[in-house]
Design a protein around this ligand. Structure first.
Ligand code: PFF
Length: 467
């Protein structure tokens, strides 16, 4: 039977390991770094509310779809979709969605590695006590000093990419489980400690209000951003969850598993937001400060409490580890695919892909300093330019790749995965994979995958185009 196959790349020992790996993929810089700064940029509570709705109605159903496609196909996302399409008489071109996802994941890795590199730099900074007693201006200057220096950024980017490649070359199963088991709970405990600190700033309620006060006038401005972030934070739309699903044991419930991952991810993001914003307000910083937000606020917190430098050091180690367990999941779909396709070793394939991501990542490194004037997607008075040097508007290289992946490629990939599981795979094979006993719950899950998630993605796209 097709569904009793095992992947040639490995298998998780239990459903629990899948939860760890998928949570490891989902929880990362997206929760601690990106979620707070996006919330700040897009006006607070309205963004958070839309993000939560997108997680529940779009992200989780797509995660369900990806997991079941992967577990049924038992190969890399591209080949799983190809063989499942054949099995159910659908077009083989559905697998193009997995190709798009694979490319998107590599592009995300290119900038993710640069930002994870910032945390590596902060580990050293904390270790040397550089942030002791630091002021808001001092923290801003320290961050600027880092991003202005392409050599320093390149060093950390290179190290992080090497670390990612190293684990992937060894295989995802070995090593991952043990580290995640310790790391995830520790990260959460440290976030809670930060939360306690944020209580003491005297601005806790202001932070809380900023995160949860819903202002309807801000909805349209950030709706695509919120959906894009829901995809990014859950790691869906790229095939990462699909490839992890292909290593999942047959006898385990997908529904409960996916819910657990989604809840943990959301919990970490909201805790990070609650910990950060009171510090932002107490220090008189701007919530809309952009990508530097976490790297400026946290040193202020750690620099001004007892044992703060040690806690800060541990915190940035954990952030780096959380980023690392996410970054490996970005590389895995492509590595699995090229190993299947070329028959070469994991090490050879991984090396080539990591070099590719490293080179693209250099664009992000330079976009913070000497290449800041290279602008993409420029809408000017004389029309649209894909690229223009020194343009007023537009996006720098980092912003451009982030925009292209989160707002365009991930939603398209996710839409296709949901449609594929909902409409192309046979109802019986979906029922067999999901193994949900209650007919009511099964129909609900299927309805979410078939109708609600795809329509949700389309509505957001239309809302954005008509804005
Ligand atoms: N979910 C990760 C985070 O929130 O940091 C980012 C991510 C991982 C995106 C894996 C895409 C992916 F395939």
């Amino acid at each position: 039977m097709a569904n009793d196959k095992v992947s040639i790349h490995g298998a998780w020992a239990s459903r629990w390991v899948f939860i760890l790996a998928a949570t490891g993929s989902a929880v990362g810089l997206g929760n601690i770094w990106k979620f707070p700064y996006m919330t700040g940029l897009y006006g607070g509570g309205a963004f958070v509310a839309m993000y939560l709705v997108c997680i529940a109605l779009v992200g989780l159903p797509i995660m369900l779809a990806e997991t079941l496609i992967g577990r049924r196909g038992r190969q890399s996302p591209v080949n799983s979709m190809r063989s499942l399409a054949k099995e159910s008489g659908g077009s083989r071109y559905w697998s193009v969605a997995a190709v798009i996802g694979m490319v998107a994941a590599l592009l995300i890795l290119s900038f993710y590695s640069v930002v994870a590199g910032w945390s590596l730099d902060y580990i050293i900074g904390m270790g040397q006590g550089n942030f002791s007693g630091i002021s808001a201006e001092g923290a801003g200057a320290a961050f600027g000093g880092l991003t202005d220096n392409p050599w320093r950024l390149t060093l950390w980017h290179t190290l992080f990419m090497l670390g990612t490649g190293f684990v992937i070359a060894k295989g995802v199963v070995a090593g991952l489980e043990r580290s995640l088991r310790i790391m995830m709970p520790m990260l959460f405990v440290l976030l809670l400690i930060l939360l306690v600190y944020s209580f003491t700033t005297g601005h806790f309620m202001q932070g809380f209000h900023f995160l949860f006060h819903f202002d309807p006038s801000k909805v349209q401005g950030g709706i695509l951003a919120a959906m894009g972030h829901a995809f990014f934070t859950l790691s869906v739309g790229v095939g990462s969850i699909m490839v992890y699903g292909s290593y999942m044991p047959k006898k385990s419930s997908i529904g409960a598993t996916v819910l657990t991952v989604g809840l943990l991810d959301t919990l970490v993001a909201l805790t990070a937001g609650l910990a950060l914003f009171p510090i932002v307000f107490a220090a008189g910083l701007e919530p809309g400060g952009g990508p530097g937000l976490m790297f400026v606020t946290l040193p202020i917190a750690f620099g001004n409490v007892a044992f703060g430098q040690v806690m800060g050091l541990v915190f940035f180690v954990l952030v780096t580890l959380a980023a690392w367990s996410s970054s490996i999941s970005m590389l895995e779909p492509a590595v699995a695919y090229f190993v299947e396709r070329t028959g070469r070793s994991r090490t050879a394939v991984t090396s080539m892909l990591a070099v590719f991501c490293w080179v693209v990542g250099m664009g992000t490194v330079l976009s913070f300093n000497i290449g800041a004037d290279a602008k993409f997607f420029v809408f000017a008075n004389d029309g649209f330019h894909l690229f223009q040097w020194g343009a007023e508007g537009g996006k720098n290289f980092f912003e451009g790749i982030d925009y292209l992946t989160s707002r365009i490629l991930l939603p398209i990939g996710g839409l296709a995965f949901a449609m594929f599981a909902g409409w192309v795979m046979t109802r019986d094979s979906v029922r067999d994979e999901l193994s949900i006993k209650s007919p009511l719950l099964f129909n609900m899950a299927l309805w979410l995958i078939r109708v609600v998630a795809p329509i949700g993605v389309l509505i957001v796209f239309v809302a954005e185009l008509t804005k």
